[in-house]
Design a protein around this ligand. Structure first.
Ligand SMILES: [Cu+2]
Length: 636
């Protein structure tokens, strides 16, 4: 779990740990330069079905923020005769290849390497390397899939590896006869450039990387419309993430871990815009852009896309780094370039080239007006409460009207719609239309969306911006700020976005949104449901069928266990859609009302109460800690 929470930052008195500051990692003499590995070139020599690979463990300098920036001193794998790299050398072989790996540990400390072995047994013996020794292992690449290998000084779990050995990881990919080879492989890692006196990671010095680099240093990928974009992701960081693609669905084709990879058959596949991504797991996804422009793929946990920590003499403590992001937001040199200047960590960008003569069509549109308001908060961290307000009728809403959450925007599939967003606050903002297949320019990512010659701007104070959208799909979506989200989204800038099917009528009695957000200005860790905790219970009728739209737009929660209980037991409901995309019929089965939900996911269910009573909604953290347990429905 991420240690950083609103509550940790809500405490104005310094804790002992912060008062004493962070201790330095023992310094290592300047060493070999570590290079980045974009996982395109397989390592080793493959001759007659046998791959020979010699690996070494090397202490090196990792210039993750650029050559002119200070370097981290970490351990990395090197292929013999080549520079050490992060991630480590890519082992990628056809199914059935014999793999012979020799590993040398020149350090004066032992290293344990896991993941080098055949997969069919379901268990792989660790390779233990005493100081100054070389060992080898030979195994068959016997099961198709995406796997990884990793080394550690002491940790027995990936989740315990945060410091100098945290980048000792490499991908092991086994290609079947039909595996496309035009894919890209991305490995996610985390590294802490320091620890607190109690030995725990210092989140003021946290770096989250994709193939060895944090945003905006991650690789930029360029594609054409209609390309099949295949990515394999490997999470060797110590944390769970919630990976989110803007503008498009991706199809999840496989999920796995170090030893197993489950290649989904068509009925098991799902379309998603956000996928939970626990530590030590892998995923294969494919997507195909049908609209051009700049698009981002990122972790939806706000602290994982906050501006990167600083290194060297400019190092900041956790509090120095994050408190201003909650209090004031990141001060970009140019707010119109927020995505590039005000974000970091787990984010990568793609550019989809427009075909020659590309012109978006310009039909007549239904018009809506949405206001971003803010008022002084009655107390608390940021000092401002933010909120979206929709204009109803001819009069603009009052400047001091702020409600949590924002209004549920109801649009119709296929109906061209214009939403003009007015920013009446004192800071730049933008709106991201989460899960909606929208044009890049209107997607809400200032400085990256749109085209090089026409980038999406921030909506500056006093200014407005027109969003044009024609939703192609009915379903449950969200909208939220995409600037300074720790502060703006954490203080109320989010809402539900429902697209109705052709001919469908919005019935607020039977169609219910349950949107989770953070509690602004409270130094506890309790999410709010529809802006309140406890929420006002809703009355349901026995025998009536309801559609329940669950949406998670909390800040940093990838592992929330949701249960819907009567008398302590989950009721039965039927999942209908994930992220606004209808589930295939085989996945629409009556099941127990319990699921793990990540920030950035929406889930629709059908529920028909069969007896009177009170229904509780229960939320627990991944570690079981109770977050929320309230009566949300009374069935009569
Ligand atoms: Cu994350």
């Amino acid at each position: 779990m991420n240690r950083l929470t609103l509550s940790a930052l809500g405490i104005t008195t310094l804790t002992a740990a912060w008062t004493f500051g962070a201790t330095d990692v023992p310094s290592i003499a300047p060493s070999t330069k570590i290079v980045f590995n974009d996982n395109r070139d397989p390592a080793g020599a493959l001759v007659d079905g046998l791959l020979e690979l010699e690996l070494e463990i090397v202490q090196g300098s990792w210039h993750l923020l650029g050559d002119d920036e200070p370097a981290g001193e970490v351990l990395a794998f090197a292929e013999r005769g080549k520079a050490p790299s992060i991630p480590g050398p890519l082992i990628r072989v056809p199914l059935g290849t014999e793999v012979h790996v020799t590993v040398t540990n020149p350090l004066d400390t032992a290293i344990v390497i896991r993941g080098l072995g055949a997969r069919h047994d379901g268990a792989i013996a660790p390779l233990r390397l005493a100081p100054g020794t070389t060992r080898d292992v030979q195994f068959m690449a016997d099961v198709e899939g995406t796997y990884f290998y990793w080394g550690a000084l002491t940790a027995a779990r990936l989740g315990d590896r945060n410091f100098e050995d945290s980048q000792l990881s490499g991908v092991l990919a086994v290609d079947g006869p039909n595996t496309p080879t035009d894919d890209r492989i991305m490995m996610i890692g985390v590294w802490f450039d320091g620890r607190l006196p109690d030995g725990s990671p210092d989140f003021g010095r946290e770096f989250l990387v994709i193939n060895g680099r944090p945003w905006p240093h991650t690789e930029r990928l360029t594609y054409d419309m209609g390309d099949s974009i295949r990515w394999r992701l490997v999470n060797t960081s110590s944390d769970t993430h919630a990976m989110h693609l803007h503008g498009f669905y991706f199809r999840v084709d496989a999920r796995g871990d170090m030893v197993r990879d489950t290649l989904y058959w068509p009925q098991q596949r799902r379309m998603a815009v956000t996928e939970r991504f626990p530590s030590g797991t892998t995923m294969s996804l494919v997507w195909s852009p049908d609209r051009p422009g700049g698009w981002i793929f990122h972790c939806h946990m706000s602290v994982h896309v906050a501006p990167n920590a600083t290194m060297g003499p400019d190092r900041l403590s956790e509090e120095q780094r994050f408190l201003p992001l909650f209090q004031e937001g990141h001060h970009d040199a140019d707010p119109n370039m927020h995505a590039v200047q005000g974000m970091g960590g787990l984010l990568m960008a793609t550019y989809v080239r427009p075909p020659p003569g590309w012109v978006p069509n310009e039909p007549k549109r239904r018009e809506m007006r949405l206001f971003i308001n803010s008022v002084p908060a009655s107390g608390g961290l940021s000092g401002r409460q933010f909120g979206y307000v929709l204009q109803e009728g001819d009069r603009e809403p009052a400047r001091d009207s702020v409600r949590l959450p924002g209004p549920t925007l109801v649009l119709r599939k296929g109906e061209p719609t214009s939403i003009r967003v007015f920013n009446r606050t004192d800071e730049p903002s933008q709106v991201h239309w989460h899960g909606l297949e929208i044009e890049s320019y209107f997607d809400g990512v200032a400085g990256l969306g749109g085209y090089p010659e026409r980038l999406t701007p921030a909506i500056l104070p006093g200014d407005s911006f027109e969003i044009r959208i024609t939703p192609p799909r009915a379903g449950s979506f969200m909208y939220h700020t995409h600037i300074n989200d720790l502060r703006q989204q954490g203080s109320g800038l989010y809402g539900a976005f429902v697209v109705l099917d052709e001919g469908e009528r919005w019935d607020p009695q039977t169609d219910r949104v349950f949107i989770f957000g953070e509690t602004p200005f409270r130094d506890d860790e309790i999410p709010v449901l529809n802006g309140a905790n406890p929420p006002e219970p809703i009355t349901f009728r026995v025998g009536t069928t309801y559609r329940l739209r669950f949406m998670d737009i909390t800040l940093n929660r990838p592992n929330t266990r949701l249960r819907f209980l009567r008398d302590g037991f989950p009721v039965l409901w039927m999942p209908l859609a994930k992220d606004g995309f209808d589930l295939p019929p085989g996945q629409r089965t009556l099941q127990r009302a319990e699921r793990t939900i990540a920030v950035g996911e929406t889930m629709d269910y059908r529920y028909t109460p069969d007896q009177p009573g009170e229904l509780h909604l229960e939320l627990r953290q991944g570690n079981g800690v109770l977050l929320f347990d309230q009566v949300v429905m009374v069935v009569q």
